[in-house]
Write a protein that binds this ligand. Structure first.
Ligand SMILES: Nc1ncnc2c1ncn2[C@@H]1O[C@H](COP(=O)(O)OP(=O)(O)O)[C@@H](O)[C@H]1O
Ligand SMILES: [Mg+2]
Length: 275
């Protein structure tokens, strides 16, 4: 009997743990939330079961996925505080296969509250370790800073997706993020790796966009996805309708790019596994 249990436990480890990805960049307005929503939707559209964790007090991922403020009785704050499990906080979205742990404004105070808590950097990691076999991916949308919430995201994650806006100062913030990732690796989470860097809000009419894209590729090589997300007004309109771009207008250039990003990510994961 104990043997059977043991082999079941092993199988659980091998097949059923979701891949946890933090979407991070301490700069605001670079496309983190947009990427969490639309990459999540893209992965769900390919048949993956995805949970988005909204770890930003602004709650834009929650709003953008149609979870209004009256429907956030249990939130990521409760999960961090140990007052709720992931299963209790998880809410289904209108996209089949995509759920979310919404955030509320309570999260603003979480940082201060966490400081005195035991295992303060591991709160999210330990909560997510309780998830069962019903998820393939967890995407954590992090706030625009390198605070304890972002640290919780990076400690919980196996990898980081970094959205970079195609603008002049894009690379400047990146070295700070790389240093933080290095510090998380040496102090808390040795496995943390860069999943990929995604260039966002690319404007083909702007020569600077091309130059920035080239500089980023020179600096980071093949960590940068081939897929580039264009600046697209439909993408920016979608959240006010409580929908991902892929549902609001599945044919717009932004939606197509996010679908392509989801398949590129899966393809790269398969290649990495085969290597
Ligand atoms: N590809 C895009 N095209 C047009 N607008 C975009 C695009 N990506 C993001 N935006 C808009 O830019 C703003 C910042 O994006 P957001 O994803 O919220 O960034 P972050 O989460 O990093 O702060 C939002 O208003 C969003 O709608
Ligand atoms: Mg955001």
């Amino acid at each position: 009997m104990s043997d059977i249990r043991q082999s079941e436990a092993l199988q659980t480890d091998v097949h059923q743990s979701p891949r946890i990805i933090a979407i991070a960049n301490q700069k605001g307005g670079v496309g983190k939330t947009t990427t969490a929503i639309n990459l999540g939707t893209g992965l769900a559209a390919i048949g993956r079961r995805v949970l988005v964790v909204d770890l930003d007090p602004q709650g834009n991922a929650s709003t953008g996925l149609g979870i209004d403020r009256t429907n956030r009785a249990v939130s990521s704050y409760d999960v961090l505080m140990g007052a709720a499990t992931v299963a209790q906080a998880q809410v289904e979205t209108s996209i089949p296969g995509l759920s979310i742990i919404p955030s509320t404004i309570d999260l603003t105070g979480a940082e201060l509250e966490l400081i005195d808590m035991p295992r303060r950097a591991y709160r999210l990691r330990e909560a997510l370790a309780q998830t069962g076999d019903d998820l393939d991916y967890v995407l954590i949308d992090s706030p625009p800073s390198l605070n304890l919430l972002t640290v919780n995201a990076l400690v919980a994650a196996k990898s980081v997706v970094v959205p970079l806006q195609c603008e002049f100062f894009a690379l400047e913030g990146l070295s700070m993020l790389m240093k933080t990732i290095e510090r998380i690796r040496s102090g808390f989470n040795a496995e943390l790796e860069i999943q990929g860097v995604v260039l966002t809000m690319y404007d083909k009419r702007n020569n600077l966009s091309d130059q920035v894209a080239q500089d980023v590729r020179d600096y980071l090589g093949d960590k940068v996805y081939r897929t580039i997300i264009p600046r697209n007004v439909r993408v920016s309109e979608a959240p006010s309708h409580g929908k991902p771009a892929l549902l609001y207008d599945h044919k717009c250039a932004g939606s197509l790019a996010y679908m392509q990003l989801a398949s590129e990510m899966l393809r790269r994961e398969r290649l990495a596994e085969a290597a």
